[in-house]
Design a protein around this ligand. Structure first.
Ligand code: HEM
Ligand code: NAG
Ligand code: NAG
Length: 361
């Protein structure tokens, strides 16, 4: 049977689309597959207003303090990169969480972001009577709504994650989170372990279009010798904020539009105004440079890829079905559950402070 004109046209279009994306050297813009056990309508019956409640809370909180958006976005990133998106980052006593004051690493996650997650949890508890929406899903939704609230793209978030009763250990943190002093090869090595690629690296690093960094996260680029890849005017500006090594102050990650989710982060990199080595090297390195240039030129391309990469990141090693639990209190595992593996404190002795300090966060 001869192909119908419609089918033939569809086939031609498919060829055109395929060659277009090859020519553009783009990442794969198809939506990543939804992990088994997750779905877009997971709470349709059990908590139909869940997404709206998170959205309204975040919108309001960001209006009052735009820094919350950066805090919430980074919280989701840390959650997913360290032992998977299981809300372990929220556990009091976790090496990444708010109980970390016991010892390094000090990751400077915003306390206001933790408080926001707990406040959202309270609202959902009242609305849907009980522990229905997991803390890890709240993190994923709050990150998306933070992006939207600061002007970035929306994307659909697969839901149904379950929360882990296990703390993130210092070892998990050290191996899971790349340091800001990293260059592209070591960033890619970390991402490869969690099935993310160079396109994801460049797109996700665009999260640094909002928020703040401490001097200690980049002052190796100022002292003792300035990093020659840094724009000299940018260097003198940073030296005003951080006059000596170890200054306890913060500066914007995106010098152009510090509170807007846009593609100016990439424009900064073109002008050698990236704050961290891990940012600027995306432009220095020949493998990632074309994508930086493309995102700097075309904000829509960045937005599309950011949505795709966030969905990928948001599904790293998720717990589903009857794995894990839905925490009643996002800061503590449910009463009666056993930690199961090494707690933070037992690992602290084996990993040691020296290793944690070298993390440089
Ligand atoms: C690729 C490797 C990454 C490295 C090395 C890195 C490193 C850092 C560092 C060192 C800080 C500042 C901490 C401080 O000095 O207080 C920071 C802040 C931040 N990061 Fe990343 N990051 C990475 C990826 C990401 C990703 C994937 C996202 C989200 C998609 C993200 C979102 C943020 C945000 C929003 C802030 C600002 C937080 C605030 O203002 O409270 N980062 N990052
Ligand atoms: C950890 O970071 C917080 C927030 O920036 C800061 O107040 C605190 O002094 C730091 N603690 C250590 C031990 O560096
Ligand atoms: C949640 O857990 C944390 C950490 O154990 C605790 O400090 C806090 O009081 C708990 N909140 C509620 C509402 O029970």
């Amino acid at each position: 049977m001869a192909p119908t004109p419609l089918l033939a046209a569809a086939a031609l279009m498919a060829v055109a689309v395929a060659s277009w994306s090859l020519a553009e050297g783009a990442g794969d813009l198809r939506q990543p597959p939804v992990a088994q056990g997750l779905s877009f309508d997971f709470y349709k019956r059990s908590c139909p207003r869940a997404e709206t409640i998170v959205q309204e809370y975040v919108k309001d909180a960001v209006r009052k303090d735009v820094g919350i958006a950066a805090g919430l976005l980074r919280l989701h990133f840390h959650d997913c990169f360290v032992q998977g998106c299981d809300a372990s980052v929220l556990l009091d006593g976790s090496a990444t969480g708010p109980g970390e004051q016991q010892a390094p690493p000090n990751l400077t996650l915003r306390p206001s972001a933790f408080a926001a997650i707990n406040a959202i949890r309270d609202r959902l508890e009242r609305e849907c009577r009980g522990a229905v929406v997991s803390c890890s899903d709240i993190l994923a939704l709050a990150a998306r709504d933070s992006v939207v609230s600061t002007g970035g793209p929306s994307y659909r978030v697969p839901l149904g994650r379950r929360d882990s009763p296990h703390f993130a250990t210092v070892q998990d943190v050290l191996s899971g989170l790349p340091a800001p002093t990293s260059t592209v090869p070591s960033l890619l090595a970390v991402l490869r372990n969690i099935n993310l690629d160079a396109t994801d690296l460049v797109a996700l690093s665009g999260g640094h279009t909002v928020g703040l960094g401490h001097c200690t996260s980049f002052d190796d680029r100022l002292f003792p010798r300035p990093d020659p890849t840094m724009n000299p005017d940018f260097l003198s500006k940073l030296k005003q904020t951080c006059p000596a090594k170890g200054t306890d102050r913060r500066t914007a990650l995106d010098i152009r539009t510090p509170n807007a989710f846009d593609n100016k982060y990439y424009v900064n990199l073109l002008n050698r105004q990236g704050l961290f080595t891990s940012d600027q090297d995306l432009y220095t390195n020949a493998a990632t440079r074309p994508l930086v240039e493309r995102f700097a030129r075309n904000q829509q391309d960045f937005f599309n890829q950011f949505g795709v990469s966030m969905v990928k990141m948001g599904q790293i090693k998720v717990l589903t079905g009857n794995q894990g639990q839905v925490r009643r209190n996002c800061s503590a595992r449910n009463p009666g559950t056993v930690a199961g593996d090494l707690s933070w404190s037992s690992l602290a002795q084996t990993v040691g402070e020296a290793a944690a300090e070298s993390l440089g966060f």
